[in-house]
Write a new protein. Structure first.
Length: 202
């Protein structure tokens, strides 16, 4: 009788462990577009912001720790919601968005900083662009922030006389590709920071 009871208890524990694992057990994530904060350059377009969305999404997939919902599905599903939901990326609305997407967790964030430094020297000098990205993993069911992380990215480039497109950062005008490189590095570092925070909680 005692042996049977112990076996039943062990079976119950084995059944409940995956359920309790939650965010540690290969959960389904939906990454929502990252947008700039008001203080970031007005020249930063939606396509520029999409660089962050793309690399955060890619790094989370490559980590092998999450089942990441396809970006095309997310955009197709949420297209009609853009006109009807103000502040749709507010954590208070995660339950509604999560149900629409079939996600257990949402990844939300923003470009929180973008700055540049010009260093003059013989031949024109160089620009250094510094980008800051902040992200959160939010539980759909509760709206609770489970993990938060941030990342910085830098890129250096010679001052160009005729780039394809300039982005104004403060008083400086910087090549778009250089800005994208800084955003890419900041995005990768942000995901690394979130995964490191996740490992510490395990």
């Amino acid at each position: 009788m005692i042996k049977r009871t112990l076996v039943l208890m062990l079976c119950m524990i084995m059944i409940t462990i995956p359920c309790a694992a939650g965010i540690y057990d290969y959960p389904t994530l939906a990454v929502l577009p990252f947008h700039k904060k008001a203080a970031v350059s007005a020249d930063l377009s939606l396509s520029d912001e999409d660089i962050v969305y793309e690399f955060v999404n890619k790094e989370l997939i490559n980590s092998g720790k999450f089942d990441v919902i396809d970006r095309v599905h997310i955009k197709d599903t949420l297209d009609e919601q853009y006109l009807n939901m103000t502040g749709m990326f507010n954590p208070a609305q995660t339950a509604q968005i999560g149900q629409l997407l079939g996600a257990q967790y949402l990844v939300v964030g923003s470009i929180t900083g973008l700055s540049s430094r010009k260093k003059s020297n013989v031949g024109g000098g160089t620009f250094e662009v510094i980008a800051h990205v902040y992200g959160q993993i939010i539980e759909v069911e509760t709206g609770r922030v489970m993990i938060a992380g941030s990342g910085d990215g830098k890129s250096k480039n010679r001052v160009l006389t005729a780039p394809f497109r300039l982005i104004k950062i403060g008083v400086d005008e910087v090549d778009q590709e250089q800005v994208h490189e800084a955003l890419k590095q900041a995005s990768i570092n942000c995901v690394d920071d979130m995964i490191t925070a996740l490992k510490k909680k395990m």
